[in-house]
Ligand binder design. Structure first.
Ligand code: 4AD
Ligand code: MG
Length: 479
């Protein structure tokens, strides 16, 4: 008989009809007369209850239905007498697809710490929490494409291996096939990269933006959604060495258009999650509340679904970096020396503690900061008339800090070249990028959304290593 997914069966009203389900056993309990098996196949957060009428089954077979084992069950759908579920499956025949050893299976039917689950990331998909996160992640990926497709943006694939390190400044992973024990050397004794695979040094990309700009200056509106790699040694709950980024790039957009798009995009994703992932969000909300029940009332987060709705219903606050610095300088924590990094006027690079103060304490809403000092931003951002600030925008979210970074781009060839010289970016390597400013240059803008940062916000998880299946972080590349 054809397999029915558990999520579909739980919604079904076909009482009295036969069905086949397959999945992994979460628990089995019961007595000599009847056993109850909780079965999950990943199609949803809820398990299907299988009722095993013991006199009809071989006891040695039932004993093999242990936590972690995979089984196939044929049975009749019936209204459930127990509370907690509408329907259950009365088993007629059970087949063991894969035995498990209950004593050795690392996932016991109890609560495990997230730290422990990270050590068994190959099995954590089988927990409620990671099942929910994985489904929400999928929904968000789908929503990203749906959003841009509906707006007529084209998805382009930008390279993962790149010879340009204009954005990377020392934070890139090198890609080489040279023998590291014995690399070829030139006359000066330096490593001879002409012998390397690509005939020059190459790295993993930190962003698809520069190539995205090339496409935007032909197709008008494009976006990339790819893996990016950063070798920064940031062992924090918000940084990964390998993460996914969505980078739209739009010709004829100024900074305001860019901010409007970013806000609309983020809200679209949140609305999509509320419309399509409610069961999982409810589970994640409860999980978060359990996690925080020992915290003081004031330290607890807003309930997850309420929080998503709150962001949806409110306009993001928009202000300049300079205005933000004023607020921060005069803030209580700054005056009392409570910030780890004190705010010392224009030019201070904002840390996550400052961003979170603005969002969580001062405005109590998402914030878009614009017009940062040129010194702390990338070379390609459009210079303002003050010659001091650039048309940058960072979107700051509660609990996360920076979730989006972007800007209007410098479209003027001469200004771009002079910024590159100031920042020691080799022009000869960037000839292709500069060409866009030589032939039909137009005002354009774009931004990058860190996909895992968005996932943190939507799921209420607090460590970025828990919202990507296989996290990569300094000294950590298991699985
Ligand atoms: O601000 P970033 O570095 O911007 C860029 O890379 C631009 N090229 C984007 C553009 O304009 N097209 O990174 C963008 C976003 C950040 O706001 C953050 O959400 C996320 O990427 N991000 C990280 N996420 C996880 N781990 C890291 N190490 C991250 N670094 C940045
Ligand atoms: Mg940034």
């Amino acid at each position: 008989m054809q397999r029915t997914k558990i999520a579909d069966l739980l919604r079904s009203n076909d009482i009295g009809k036969p069905f086949t389900v397959k999945g992994w056993v979460r628990t089995r309990r019961g007595n000599k007369k009847v056993n109850f098996v909780a079965l999950n196949d990943g199609s949803g957060i809820n398990n299907l209850q299988i009722v095993v009428d013991m006199p009809h089954f071989d006891e040695t077979l039932v004993r093999r239905i242990t936590t972690g084992a995979a089984i196939s069950v044929e049975g009749i759908l019936q209204a459930s007498q127990g509370s907690g579920q509408k329907v259950e499956l009365l088993a007629k025949s059970i087949e063991i697809l894969g035995d498990s050893d209950p004593d050795k299976y690392p996932l016991q039917p109890k609560k495990h710490s997230l730290e422990f689950l990270r050590e068994i990331a190959h099995l954590r998909f089988r927990t409620n929490t990671f099942g929910a996160i994985t489904r929400v992640r999928h929904a968000m990926i789908f929503a990203v494409h749906q959003f841009f497709n509906s707006k007529g943006f084209y998805n382009i694939h930008t390279p993962i291996i790149t010879a340009s390190d204009a954005e990377g400044a020392g934070e890139m992973f090198q890609v080489t096939t040279l023998d590291l024990e014995n690399p070829p050397r030139d006359e000066e004794g330096k490593i001879d990269y002409s012998k390397d695979f690509f005939g020059k040094p190459t790295n993993l990309t930190v962003s698809g933006q520069l190539e995205g700009e090339l496409a935007a200056l032909a197709l008008s509106e494009i976006y990339t959604f790819g893996p990016t790699f950063r070798a920064e040694n940031s062992n924090t709950s918000r940084h990964l060495s390998e993460f996914w980024m969505i980078e739209p790039e739009m010709a004829f957009y100024d900074l305001k258009d860019n901010m409007d798009l970013a806000e609309e995009f983020l809200k679209y994703l949140l609305q999509y999650a509320l419309d399509h992932c409610m069961d999982d969000l409810q589970f994640l909300s409860k999980r978060q509340q359990d996690e925080e029940k020992n915290k003081k009332e004031a330290d607890r987060s807003m309930e997850l679904i309420e929080k998503l709705k709150f962001v949806l219903e409110n306009e993001f606050v928009r202000l300049t970096y300079t205005e933000a610095i004023n607020i921060l300088e005069n803030s209580k924590p700054n005056k009392k020396g409570l910030f780890q990094y004190p705010v010392k006027g224009f030019g201070t690079d904002l840390q996550s503690e400052h961003e979170r103060y603005l969002v969580e304490k001062h405005f109590k809403k998402p914030v878009i900061l614009t017009d940062y000092p040129k010194e702390i931003k990338a070379f390609y951002m459009k210079l303002n008339d003050d010659n001091k600030t650039v048309r940058a925008m960072d979107v700051l979210f509660p609990q996360i800090g920076e979730i989006i970074g972007g800007s209007q781009r410098e479209e003027n060839y001469d200004k771009l070249i002079s910024r590159m010289r100031e920042m020691n970016i080799p022009e000869e390597e960037m000839w292709w990028f500069l060409d866009t400013r030589r032939f039909g240059s137009v005002p354009h803008s774009g931004f990058g959304l860190g996909f895992e940062r968005m996932m943190l916000f939507v799921t209420g998880m607090t460590n970025i290593r828990d919202v990507i299946p296989f996290p990569r972080a300094p000294k950590s590349a298991e699985f």
